[in-house]
Design a protein around this ligand. Structure first.
Ligand code: OGA
Ligand code: MN
Length: 286
């Protein structure tokens, strides 16, 4: 072994004494191996530039083009800026409402994200944690009657918050209304299996989220919405969760194929949080 792994929980690990910017083929392979056993990997003290972050991420596979071109980093168009900072002219520095509500990244796309790699550039004094929910544990916890109701079914996923009564538009995001209106008009819903099989491990997980799953295909609204509420309630149960409390220069890589996650917000007024984000492309879910 070239890399040192500090197990945090059964499914979360820190890779310690590690420099993401100077990975070799051997260390890359060991990180990939460790990512099969762990759904969240954290690397502390990584002061990578946006170009270095992009190069690090690309060692694990091709990247998604950021959905919001307005807020990509000028140094690397692979890197999306998430930040609550608003300039004096009223424009936002990054995506203000990134990670609002429990979700799995780009499940609204036909081939959703495999993994997301997020680097903390500046952390607030209070708040700004990210929560992760292990959807394999959630699936195992479902009563067999509920599991039967979702077996073989598909969730309807859509990116627009305007089509999702469980979501509200962030008042702090200047272009939210326009952005989600355009999304509603141009990005059709996609179907995703409600029970997903992890392509690398074969383990099944519940693959729905309050942020993107707005209906169940072929099921009436009267039946589907209470069932979705029942499923979503599990995600809020702390026993399935890991909370990442960020330090500046943390890099966290998570597996979107078996997790939900969300930004917790709750920053003090005037405090700034800034993250740099890259996303690894994935295959169609099955
Ligand atoms: C994301 C995301 C959460 C956060 O980058 O996909 O959901 O806490 N981020 O910033
Ligand atoms: Mn996300």
């Amino acid at each position: 072994m070239y890399i040192k792994i500090n197990q945090v929980t059964d499914w979360v690990a820190e890779i310690v004494d590690f420099d993401c910017a100077s990975m070799t083929p051997e260390t890359t392979r060991e990180v990939e191996e460790s990512f099969k056993r762990n759904h969240v990997l954290a690397f502390r003290d990584q002061s990578m530039t946006p170009s270095e972050l992009s190069a690090f991420a690309k060692k694990f596979g091709p990247l998604e083009t950021p959905i919001n071109q307005l807020y990509v980093h000028p140094e690397s168009s692979d890197v999306l800026i998430l930040s609550n900072e608003i300039r004096t002219d009223g424009t936002a520095v990054g995506v203000v409402d990134g990670g609002d509500g429990w979700h799995s990244d780009s499940s609204h796309m036909k081939s959703p994200a495999k993994a997301t790699i997020l680097q903390s550039i500046k952390n607030p004094d209070i708040g700004g944690d990210t929560l992760y929910c292990n959807m394999e544990l959630v699936l195992n916890a479902l009563p067999s009657s509920t599991r039967k109701r979702i077996a073989g079914r598909f969730g309807v996923h859509n990116v627009s918050k305007l089509l999702n009564p469980r979501m509200t538009l962030s008042a702090k995001r200047p272009d939210a209304q326009e952005f989600y209106q355009k999304a509603a008009a141009t990005k059709p819903s996609v179907l995703q299996p409600m029970i997903r099989t992890h392509p690398a491990t074969g383990v099944q997980s519940l693959y729905v989220s309050p942020r993107f799953t707005i209906a169940i295909e072929g099921m009436s609204e009267n039946e589907a919405q209470p069932l979705l509420d029942e499923l979503f309630a599990y995600i809020s149960d702390e026993k399935f969760q890991y909370r990442h409390i960020w330090s500046d220069n943390d890099v966290v890589m998570w597996d979107n194929r078996c997790l939900n996650h969300k930004a917790t917000g709750n920053l003090a007024p005037g405090d700034i949080r800034r993250m740099h984000r890259t996303v690894l492309s994935g295959d169609e879910a099955f």
